[in-house]
Each structure stands twice: as C-alpha cells, then as structure tokens.
Write a protein that binds this ligand. Structure first.
Ligand code: GCU
Length: 380
C-alpha cells in the first residue's frame, strides 16, 4: 500500500490495493476514465456464407452515449461450426475493417486516419486501402479453431493525433485537466464499451472474451483488461513503453521519448516523470497484477528491442506474487524462454523471431494459450 503496509490477503488486495493502484494509474499516467455511457447497437449487415461458408460475417454499428459521440463499426466473424456461443478475440485494428479482407461489402472506415495517398487522401480511407492488411487478423485460421473475432478501427473511438477532434475525448469528456484522459485511456474506455455490447450478443460466449492489441493498441489492451473483470484473457502484443515494458526500463523507448513523440497518448501528469521515472509510485508490473488471477499473455519479437522484451518478462515475474496470493499459478518460468517456446502458465510469455508486427504465428500462440486456459472451443 502507499502507506507502506503489506498486502497479505486476496481480500485486502481486491478491496484496498487494487482500487489504490487503479487511482494511481489514472492520475499519474493514463488520465481518468469517464463514467460508462449507454451503448446501443444495430446490426447493419450479415453474410452467413463468409469465408467459403465457414463463417458468418456480422457488421454492428455501436452508438456510445451522447448524440455527437462517434459510431463504432464492429466487424464480427463467427465460426459456423460452433456448438453454442463462441469464445471471442476482440480488439482494435490500425487502419479500418475494410483493410482486413478484400470483401467490398465492408464499408470503408469513415473516421479520421493518418497516412498518405493512394490509401489515405485528406485523412480519409480510400478504396485503394481495401485488403491491404489481410495477414494481420487471420480470420480463416481463427475460425477453423472455433474462435470468433470482433474488431473495429481504433479511430472510430479516438483519432491518433494531437488536438484530435471528433473522438470520445471531445464528445464524451473534453480533456483539459492535467489528469484528464489521453488517447490510450480513450481507446481502453472504448474497449470497455464494446465489451458492454459483446456480453449481450447471443453469438458470443460472454465468459470467454479475450482482448488483443498490438503495440500502441496493446498499451490500450493492457489498460482495458486490467480494469475490466469481464475480460477473461488479456493479450497485449509488443506493447512496449506505457504498456507492458517498465517505465523505469533502460532498453528501448523511454518515458521521455514517448511523451515527446506522442504527447496525446498519456496525461499531463505522466510528463512530470520524464526525467525521474524512479519517482513513479507504480510500474507496469502493477498493471499486469490488476488482472490477477485472470490469464495474461505477453508476446514479443526478437528484433523489436524498442518494446523491450526482457523488460516485459521482468514485469510478469514481478506480477507473479499477486497471482500466488490468489493461489493461482502465476508465471512458471524463471528466465525468458528461448525463441518460439510458449510459456503457457497463467502469466504467459513468448518471443518469436522477426520484427514489430502482428502475424499468423502470433495468432497461433494466442490460440494455443486460449485452448490451454479455456479448453478447445466446442464445435460441431
Ligand atoms: C512507435 C512508438 C511505440 C508504439 C509503436 C506502435 O514505435 O514509439 O510506443 O508501440 O509506435 O504503435 O507501433
């Protein structure tokens, strides 16, 4: 505890330390989440013969609270051979649902987007970007293993730019104080609202919702999962500084660097720690520990030293003691595993060859880990 007292029971962790840490992360780093708003949904399109008849494609428009708040366009792909509601991997994508498949029935993302012609013109997606990211969310393989996917463009919640307009930070709760929410918190809050919808969707097994996100979206995933007990499995991939790597780390991106390059991601308070991270009252081990005793899987890539793989492994090692407090398994490895060896204990880890990206191989680890902790999905 901040007063120096130890936490020796799960009850004390849940009643006192967890709320204390949630306050510390919101005040000093991400900014405060506003209260939830009512989410309304409308299914705008279904195709029961998607992916050669293997899956059902369902497009759902979510309206978050206030009339001016942006719409979130959720793309759901659900296996047709499921026996009952399907376990789901949910997460944001970087460049719009229309980039993930070639199917022209998927509307182009309409919210603000960074990038260059021909894919992006005047900060809007064009037809040239259709199907340009088909190897990132490998729907066919996910479906074959009995999992559903629910994904949406991160910019539908909040544009990834300084002085952003049109996102939830303008329309739901305008940020002005030094501890008002930054973009990462806005994305995480949006993920919580999408879970509000998913738990009502009859096609989804609401006890088996996994959140997945890569890099900056992995930072949001770590935060969203830590604060939301409805999320049964949290998978931040290569989330790095401000996500799963230590703020006090000496490898890769520093707090000062991230706050300078991306001043909108975190709150004003976090900038006060730029040159004195040792004064932070918490580090990212505590964010992982907020998930206890739920499974968390961290993924890393050998060439992605910017995200500090060894530092992320250290954060897991340190979170282990909170899992043990719950009598949960925690982390089974003492040292970082060799390349392509999945540590599949409740706190899981893998490092694969290659660069900073989300690939088919990463998905294999995600699904192997989910199979281990949830059992293989029931199929017909
Ligand atoms: C930059 C940034 C990272 C971030 C990454 C990404 O490299 O420095 O913090 O994770 O972009 O989102 O791809």
């Amino acid at each position: 505890m901040m007063d120096g007292k130890p936490v020796a029971t799960p009850e004390k962790w849940l009643k006192e330390r967890r709320p204390e840490l949630k306050s510390l992360f919101q005040h000093y780093m991400y900014g405060w989440f506003p209260a939830p708003v009512t989410v309304t949904s409308e299914v705008t399109y279904t195709d029961a013969h998607f992916l050669n008849g293997q899956a059902t494609l369902k497009l759902v428009t979510l309206k978050l609270g206030a009339a001016r708040a942006p719409e979130t366009h959720l793309m759901m792909v659900i296996p047709n051979h499921r026996a009952g509601p399907a376990p789901v991997f949910m997460g944001m994508n970087f460049s719009g649902n229309h980039t993930l498949v070639t199917d022209t029935n998927i509307p182009l993302a309409t919210s603000w987007m960074g990038g260059r012609p021909p894919n992006i013109v005047n900060n809007r997606a064009t037809d040239a970007s259709r199907g340009t990211q088909t190897n990132v969310w490998v729907f066919d393989q996910i479906i074959q293993r009995g999992y559903a996917v629910a994904t949406y463009y991160c910019g539908d919640i909040e544009p990834d730019t300084t002085n952003a307009v049109g996102g939830v930070r303008e329309t739901i709760h305008p940020a002005s104080a030094t501890d008002d929410w930054g973009t990462v918190a806005a994305w995480a809050w949006g993920m919580q609202r999408v879970v509000d919808y998913l738990v009502t969707d009859k096609d989804v097994d609401k006890t088996h919702i996994a959140e997945v996100g890569h890099s900056r979206l992995g930072k949001a995933t770590m935060l969203a999962g830590a604060f939301d007990d409805r999320v049964a499995l949290v998978i931040p991939l290569q989330a790095g500084c401000g996500g799963t790597a230590p703020s006090r780390g000496t490898v890769g991106e520093s707090v000062q660097r991230i706050n300078t390059s991306f001043p909108h991601w975190f709150d004003g308070e976090f900038k006060k720690f730029n040159t004195q991270t040792d004064l932070l009252p918490m580090d990212q081990n505590c964010l992982i520990a907020l998930c206890a005793p739920r499974p968390v899987l961290l993924g890393a890539a050998v060439e992605d030293t910017w995200a500090n793989p060894a530092g992320a492994f250290d954060m897991l090692k340190s979170a282990d003691k909170v899992y043990r407090l719950f009598g949960a398994e925690g982390l089974s490895a003492q040292t970082m595993p060799e390349t392509n060896k999945l540590v599949d204990s409740t706190l899981g880890f893998f490092i694969r060859p290659g660069k900073h990206s989300m690939t088919k191989l990463d998905w294999q680890y995600f699904m192997d880990f989910a199979d281990k902790h949830w059992g293989k999905p029931r199929t017909e």
